[in-house]
Design a protein around this ligand. Structure first.
Ligand code: CDP
Length: 213
């Protein structure tokens, strides 16, 4: 079973995907971490994330064991990740890892920007998670504050809008709602309510509403 969860920056898809995976006993892959790790390694090697060659070298050498790095969640790496994610060669290099992960038994919940469209077009269920930019900025700002990262809510909103624009307008694998995805707008939903809504949408999509619980 494969559940694809896509959505814009800070839409809460990561937290949701983790909880959905635990609920169904599936593996979870946050694909944003792959792009963030490539950005981290590009910068560590003295490269420019906008340079395809530098980003591709980091993508080819990526060590999956380094994906748990807590420092991947900084605003700087979010920005740099959306720059390395622009390069088609980088995306192609990361595709094999993602597809192999999707084949793991008993199944996987994979979240990102292009999971339902490119990585797993045959996923059993596709969710597109969104919220207004202001609400997403508010949530991400709180996370940064909790982690002791010094930013203003205005800066977070500007970063989110810039990344969304870049992610939606790139030539390869742009962020968009897959035609066969179910939309989940979490603007007015706290995480528990969003989780319950996701589970009922997934159960309904699987044609077995009410069985899982
Ligand atoms: O957690 P947040 O929504 O801030 O971002 P993320 O999921 O960690 O992704 C960081 C960046 O990686 C995004 O802005 C995208 O540019 C890129 N990305 C992508 O292009 N494709 C994916 N499947 C996942 C992330």
């Amino acid at each position: 079973m494969i559940i694809a969860i896509d959505g814009p920056a800070a839409s809460g898809k990561g937290t949701l995907a983790k909880r959905v995976a635990a609920h169904y006993g599936l593996h979870h892959l946050d694909t944003g971490r792959l792009y963030r790790a490539v950005a981290r390694d590009t910068l560590a090697a003295g490269g420019d994330p906008s340079d395809a060659g530098a980003a591709l070298a980091a993508a080819r050498a990526l060590d999956a064991k380094s994906l748990d790095d807590p420092d991947l969640r900084t605003p700087e790496l979010g920005e740099a990740a959306s720059l390395v994610a622009w390069h088609p060669e980088v995306r192609k290099t990361l595709l094999a890892y993602q597809r192999a992960f999707a084949r793991r038994k008993p199944g996987a919940v994979i979240d990102g920007r292009d999971i339902g469209t490119i990585v797993c077009p045959d996923a059993d269920v596709k969710l597109f998670v969104t919220a207004t930019p202001e609400e997403r900025a508010r949530r991400r700002y709180r996370e940064f504050k909790d982690d002791g990262i010094d930013v203003t809510e205005k800066e977070v909103l500007a970063d989110i809008l810039a990344r969304d624009t870049r992610d939606e307008n790139r030539a390869v694998a742009p962020l968009r709602q897959p035609e066969d995805a179910v939309l989940l707008d979490t603007t007015n939903l706290a995480i528990d309510a969003a989780f319950r809504a996701a589970i009922s949408l997934i159960d309904a999509a699987m044609g077995r509403a009410g069985r899982a619980g």
